[in-house]
Write a protein that binds this ligand. Structure first.
Ligand code: ATP
Ligand code: MG
Length: 211
């Protein structure tokens, strides 16, 4: 399968906005297998709004859980058991961008984290990282966890304002590649995202396999 998995150092750092830009740039598909919280706009709704893709390019979530908490708890509240068998990757005719939930060690059940699922899928992982204070620690820890499971790491997608030393430190100490940096967009819509993504990333780097 061509495509990649998008994870991040934490929740709320911009994975969905980045994934919308990436899926649009690849003219691909987007899949959020597990969505916790349905009251506000879901991640899939956001990608439909921002990617510029036809709505059917956003695949239905496998698990739609009502409460905006960690998936293991949201599933428990809804009386649902998340089963790794339900998280088989769909085969698509164009690149598939898959977004996890929160960060790598987010539990899907009390026995299984997203990291376990990424390890099973084995497709290249994009790690989204903030550029603000605290990110060096979070990002280097995430890289260690990815490498400990032998998951192919495609590189880091930074999100936020430029912070040259922080980026360099992460890339040097983490021995990985910079995929680009998506700045904060004061006006965020499908046009501004498409333009920003095209000027800050090379979509071909996401189809190359891991660096
Ligand atoms: N590049 C950006 N420019 C402007 N706003 C952004 C950008 N990236 C993210 N945001 C805003 O920040 C908020 C969080 O972003 P987003 O939903 O993409 O985070 P996330 O990492 O996917 O969160 P979750 O862990 O809940 O899936 C949203 O309100 C989003 O619109
Ligand atoms: Mg998201």
């Amino acid at each position: 399968m061509r495509g990649c998995f998008v994870t991040g150092t934490d929740t709320g750092i911009g994975k969905t906005v980045f994934s919308a830009g990436l899926a649009g740039a690849l003219d691909g598909y987007y899949w959020k297998p597990v969505q916790s919280g349905l009251e506000d706009e879901t991640d899939s709704d956001v990608v439909r709004r921002l990617s510029g893709l036809a709505p059917e390019r956003v695949l239905p979530e496998r698990y739609r859980l009502n409460t905006p908490v960690s998936p293991h708890l949201a599933a428990h509240i809804d009386g649902v058991a998340i089963d790794s068998g339900g998280l088989e990757l769909p085969a698509m005719p164009a690149p598939l961008v898959v977004e996890g939930a929160g960060g790598l060690m987010v539990p899907l059940t009390r026995e299984m984290t997203y990291l376990d699922v990424f390890a099973r899928w084995r497709a290249p992982l994009v790690l989204c990282a903030r550029t603000t204070l605290g990110t060096i620690n979070h990002t280097l820890l995430s890289i260690e966890a990815i490498r400990a499971r032998n998951i192919p790491l495609l590189g880091i997608a930074f999100i936020g304002e430029a912070n040259t030393d922080t980026e360099r430190t992460i890339l040097d100490m983490g021995q990985t590649r910079r995929l680009g940096r998506l700045p904060h967009l004061p006006i965020l819509n499908d046009d501004t995202l498409r333009t920003a993504f095209a000027s800050h990333f090379d979509a071909r780097n996401f189809l190359d396999g891991a660096a």
